[in-house]
Design a protein around this ligand. Structure first.
Ligand code: GLU
Length: 447
């Protein structure tokens, strides 16, 4: 094999469903490898399963690749458009004695299946991740390569395409490792060049079982609907089976950095455990890189209708809520819905219902509570609107509260502002409510 040739890899999904995140990981490794080495990426749909392959899945696959920024250089091709090349290969194989017509197909068509004449030998290949692999192909028997002359099956179409498209590297999930010896036999019989093989470790859930729906989201669409960013998903998928090398503890990589750092040598062979927590922490890091306007818009996209109107009608308040309260708590945008469900935004928009017994601190009694609230009112009233922010408000009250007792002073204040057992501190709440609303809520309780 000529290693100086330009690298050519393939994106070969089967359009039989919404692209699984495990497939995206395989495509990503092809992508990073090709882009790092200035190679080409060929996109082709492997739709030999005619019943399960659907046009809508081709469309969604292309959308997903586009949204994740995984571009390709050639294609998309579709195997069902390339039948003539497979027929030609079948003819060649039959002519050369490497294939023959077998028994009648079971589909009732009267067609005869085409079987590969297995030379029954040992196939040896070097896998980038697993090293030398030797497999005795005898047990495969004369395997079927086409349902009929015009209806080729997976191994044949892959091999014909890989040869025609000049594929130098096959990088795919390790579930395909058993396909490799069959495909090598076919490549040899067709006189093609054997590509380099890299079989990527399986992605498993926390229970060590193959990642599936019961573990959580498994398609980009599901992750997107939960408010994960494409940069974060790409970043995290790259770390599933790859790492930048010893001593390099970095976890946050842009696509550009991944391309610079990527090497198939650093792909490991033990199963990669999908950790939603790790993805969350990487997603949060990427969320914090968004500019404020984008962050704000995305956060608003995720609040429910009811709150959306409230937020949109009070943009200044909404901004403060997002950047003072929400941002530090979100790992993904949909986390905002939990905050909503817990009523964490209600008191910024609606006056809370608070009874005396709720806001009295321990056994202070109502008189003391009202007296302290009146003091606070007097201090706050004097603060200029232009200084009405959490830092200034805290400065203005802090020393005084340590004299009179912080709990006695701040518990009633916080509670009449929010009506909640738990909430941000009263300085933040007053900052968000603004001077007028804050004072109104206090005066309502002391007069
Ligand atoms: N069409 C196969 C799949 O989607 C691709 C296998 C390969 O990479 O050769 O799993």
């Amino acid at each position: 094999m000529n290693f100086n040739n330009k690298i050519v890899v393939r994106f070969p999904p089967s359009p039989t469903g919404i692209l699984h995140i495990g497939n995206v990981r395989a495509l990503l490794f092809n992508y990073l490898y090709a882009r790092k080495h200035g190679g080409d990426i060929v996109m082709r749909f492997e739709d030999t399963d005619r019943e399960r392959s659907k046009k809508e899945y081709e469309i969604s696959t292309l959308e997903i690749l586009d949204e994740l920024g995984l571009d390709f250089d050639r294609g998309p091709f579709r195997q069902s458009d390339r039948t003539e090349f497979y027929i030609e290969a079948i003819d060649t194989l039959i002519e050369n004695g490497n294939a023959y017509e077998g028994e009648e197909a079971q589909d009732g068509s009267g067609d005869k299946v085409i079987r590969f004449k297995n030379p029954n030998k040992k196939i040896r290949f070097k896998d980038t991740v697993r090293g030398e692999i030797e497999i005795d192909t005898t047990s495969f028997g004369d395997f079927v390569i086409a349902r009929s002359k015009t209806n080729p099956l997976y191994h044949l179409t892959v091999v014909v395409d890989d040869i025609d498209m000049g594929i130098t590297d096959v990088i795919r999930g390790e579930d395909h490792i058993t396909s490799t010896p069959r495909q090598i036999l076919l490549i040899e019989a067709l006189g093609g060049v054997i590509p380099r093989y890299t079989h990527l470790p399986l992605i498993v859930g926390a229970d060590h079982k193959k990642l599936g729906k019961r573990h959580g989201a498994v398609t980009w669409r599901e992750f997107k609907a939960l408010g994960y960013l494409p940069e974060a998903v790409i970043n995290y998928l790259a770390l599933l089976g790859w790492n930048p090398g010893k001593g390099d503890e970095r976890e946050i990589f842009s696509k550009k950095e991944l391309i610079e750092e990527f090497s198939l040598k650093q792909v490991n062979n033990s199963p990669a455990t999908f950790s939603y927590e790790k993805l969350d922490s990487i997603n949060k890091a990427w969320m914090l890189k968004l500019d404020k306007e984008t962050y704000f818009e995305k956060a608003l996209d995720f609040v429910s209708k009811k709150n959306k109107y409230k937020f949109e009608d009070n943009l200044e308040k909404a901004h403060k809520i997002i950047f003072n309260i929400v941002q530090e708590r979100l790992d993904k945008f949909s986390d905002i819905n939990k905050m909503e469900d817990d009523g964490e935004f209600d008191y910024y928009f609606d006056i809370p219902n608070v009874s005396e017994k709720d806001f009295i601190f321990k056994d202070d009694g109502i008189e003391k509570a009202i007296e302290l609230l009146s003091e606070e009112y007097k201090i706050l009233e004097k603060i200029d609107e232009s200084n009405w922010n959490k830092a200034f408000l805290k400065d203005a009250l802090w020393n005084w509260t340590s004299e009179v007792g912080r709990g006695s002073a701040l518990h009633p204040l916080r509670t009449i502002l929010t009506g909640a057992k738990r909430s941000p501190d009263p300085f933040v709440v007053m900052d968000i409510l603004g001077k007028k609303e804050s004072l109104e809520r206090i005066s309502d309780k002391i007069s």
